[in-house]
Every structure is written in structure tokens, then in C-alpha cells.
Design a protein around this ligand. Structure first.
Ligand code: HSE
Length: 372
């Protein structure tokens, strides 16, 4: 029976992963061992079966007895433990949600509804390291997998509207704390039917600029505002988040000739759904209904939303998509720039397809391939 170690199962991505695995009845047919960086001997998660007490996530000897290690512990853990365990000759499968190993030659970035062929051939070649992709990239690829498969995409510009969850759990809480400060401050004016929007706006602006406004994590207000910068600067003038668009897309698809993907990444006050406004340059004037059809046939989770106000506001928003595996794509139409330019808008849950779900699925795929 395979022994599978889980590290970082208590954090935000890890707990979404646990929840999905329990729901899908995944904990069967292997021996799960849960690790901890802080509570050795403590109780593991309730997964419906008996499990041993928590083991030390830094015990390389113990970790080396695993056939597969799944980690959502984060990049620092990966950077410390991965080279050590591989250095000691461990040859098991390492499945990781952190970005640290994504661009390594020894890893495959996993998004199986889009790159199952890359995963299968990598497995046959003996690749042992499988890493979840950047959330924005994974969600864009889930949305456009059918169009990518058609081979007609020349380039994409993606302007993003990224949720607080992408920055972390503390940031999600800070967003709501910021909203609460604004709500509390404007309460009396909102109650007063004679108050003006301008008076409320003046008060809100004062609050946003007040030194005591809670900005410990975001550094600046996100509620009532936005932040057009995600991650660290690159020489190119892009942020690292923007740089990942092209580099990860092309690694995931294993493209023979790179398809440029670029745009600005912006943090907005959504909780856990990333949205993206896409400009897609096709290599030909493909009729719009064919483009829509290709998008719709991409995978079983993508859903084309009619380009009407009613469908858009009801089906193509973070409020509608939060907590679901659906990846709606809407506002699809040709652009004034020319008949081979198409625009679209897509929304996806950053913690599901953007993080936990590709990890859950690659674990099942690797178990299947190991046993098959
Ligand atoms: N880097 C992403 C973000 C999330 O900040 O939204 C992780 O892929």
C-alpha cells in the first residue's frame, strides 16, 4: 500500500484541499500520514479514518519512507526540505502547491484538464516532481483550454482583477476589517435619508487616508480602492505575477513556439475569485460562434456565459462563482482592432482551480499511474 505524507494541510490551501478530498472520498486505498511543523504528536485532521499522531515535517528520515509527499506548506518549507530529501537520494513523488519548484527542469506544472498529455509523458520519462501553477495562469488556461487546443491563439493580453485570497488568509481578513471600518464610519450618514453621496465619499476618503486604517498586510487600503501591483518587481518592468503569465503558460502547455501572455495584474476587493479581462489575438478571422464553441468545449468546468447584461451580472462575478469549480467565460465578442481580435472576461475560484484542485487531481493521477 502506498504511503502518502501530507504537509501543510492546516493552512488555507491545505484545508481547501482536505475539504475537497473528503468530499470526493479520496482517502482510500493508501496510508495517509500527516506531518506538522509545530505540533508533533498532535491530532491530525478528521478524514473519517484512523490516522497516527502528527509527525515531524522536518524529519527527513521519516519523510523518506513516503512514496508520495503532498505539500501546501509554502515556498520556504519547499526550499529547505526538497533539496535535503532529494540530496539524500529520496526518489518518491513530490507534489507541491508552492511556486518554488515551478520553473525547475525537474518539475511539471500540473493542470490536468489542460495538460494531461504533458503529465503522462513526463511520468513515463521518470519526472518525480509535480507543482501546481500560479492561480491566475491556471484559471486563464481553464477558461481558454479549447481555444489553446485549436492552435489559433497568437498572443493574449490578460488584465487581472485578483482577489485578496491570492495574497493570503490574513489579507482576506484585513479586506473585511477595512470594509467594517468604512461601514462603521459611514453608518450614521447611511441611515440619514438626506445625506449626500458626496458627504459619504468625503468621510470615506478621510478614513482611507487615516493613519489608523488597518493596512498591516496590504500596506494600503484595498476596500474602496485597488492595488495595481502584485508580487516583486522584475527587470522587464513587469511584476513577477505578470511575468508568470507567459513563462508558466508555455511551460504548462509545453509549447513548441512560446505564445506571449502579458498584461497588468491588479488586486481588487474580491474575496477568493480572480477575474481576468482578456484580449486574444487569433491567427485568422474565425467566426465568433466557432470561437465560442471552441471555448465551451474546452473542458467540463468551463461555461460560456451569454453576452447579455442579465447573464453577465448573474453568472460572471466573484459573488456568483466563489466556492465553485465552474469557470465561466463571458463578454465574448470581436474587437474594433480587427476581426482576429476577440475579447472575453473570466472568473474562477482562486483556492479551487487556482490552487487546491490541480493538487488533488495530480495526487489521484500519480496514484493511478503508480498502480497501473
Ligand atoms: N500570486 C497570486 C496572487 C496567488 O497574489 O493572487 C497565487 O498564485
Amino acid at each position: 500500500m502506498l504511503k502518502i505524507g501530507f504537509v501543510g494541510w492546516r493552512g488555507m490551501v491545505g484545508s481547501v484541499l482536505m475539504d475537497r478530498m473528503i468530499r470526493e472520498d479520496d482517502f482510500k486505498g493508501y496510508e495517509p500520514i500527516f506531518y506538522t511543523t509545530s505540533n508533533i504528536g498532535g491530532e491530525g485532521p478528521d478524514i473519517g479514518i484512523d490516522i497516527p499522531p502528527l509527525s515531524d515535517a522536518y524529519d527527513i528520515g521519516l519523510l523518506s519512507t513516503m512514496d508520495i509527499i503532498v505539500t501546501c506548506q509554502g515556498g520556504d518549507y519547499t526550499k529547505k526540505v526538497y533539496p535535503e530529501i532529494r540530496g539524500k537520494g529520496w526518489n518518491g513523488y513530490w507534489i507541491d502547491s508552492a511556486s518554488a519548484l515551478r520553473m525547475s527542469d525537474e518539475s511539471i506544472i500540473v493542470l490536468d484538464p489542460v495538460n494531461r498529455d504533458v503529465i503522462d509523458s513526463g511520468f513515463k520519462l521518470g519526472i518525480k516532481t509535480y507543482v501546481g501553477g500560479n492561480c491566475t495562469v491556471s484559471l486563464m488556461l481553464m477558461a481558454l483550454s479549447g481555444l489553446f487546443a485549436s492552435g489559433h491563439i497568437q498572443w493574449i493580453s490578460s488584465m487581472t482583477y485578483q482577489a485578496a485570497s491570492g495574497a493570503g488568509a490574513k489579507h482576506m481578513k484585513e479586506l473585511i476589517a477595512q470594509m467594517k471600518v468604512l461601514g462603521d464610519a459611514s453608518g450614521a450618514l447611511l441611515q440619514d435619508p438626506s445625506s449626500t453621496a458626496i458627504a459619504i465619499d468625503e468621510l470615506i476618503t478621510r478614513e482611507l487616508r487615516d493613519k489608523v486604517f488597518p493596512v498591516e498586510n496590504f500596506l494600503v487600503p484595498l476596500a474602496g480602492s485597488l492595488i495595481p501591483w502584485i508580487d516583486s518587481p522584475m527587470e522587464s518592468g513587469q511584476t513577477r505575477e505578470e511575468w508568470k503569465g507567459s513563462s508558466e503558460t508555455n511551460k504548462i502547455l509545453n509549447t513548441a513556439r512560446p505564445i506571449p501572455v502579458d498584461g497588468l495584474c491588479v488586486r481588487v476587493g474580491a474575496m477568493r475569485c480572480h477575474s481576468q479581462g482578456l484580449t486574444i489575438k487569433l491567427d485568422a478571422n474565425i467566426p465568433l460562434d466557432e470561437v465560442v464553441d471552441m471555448i465551451d468545449r474546452g473542458n467540463q468546468w468551463v461555461k460560456v456565459v451569454q453576452n447579455t447584461k442579465e447573464s453577465t451580472i448573474n453568472e460572471l462575478t466573484p459573488a456568483a462563482v466563489n466556492g465553485t469549480l465552474e469557470v465561466p467565460v463571458g463578454r465574448v465578442h470581436k474587437m474594433l482592432m480587427g476581426p482576429d481580435f476577440v475579447t472575453a472576461f473570466t472568473v474562477g475560484d482562486q483556492l479551487l482551480w487556482g490552487a487546491a484542485e490541480p493538487i488533488r487531481r495530480i495526487l489521484n493521477i500519480i496514484i493511478e499511474l503508480c498502480e497501473g
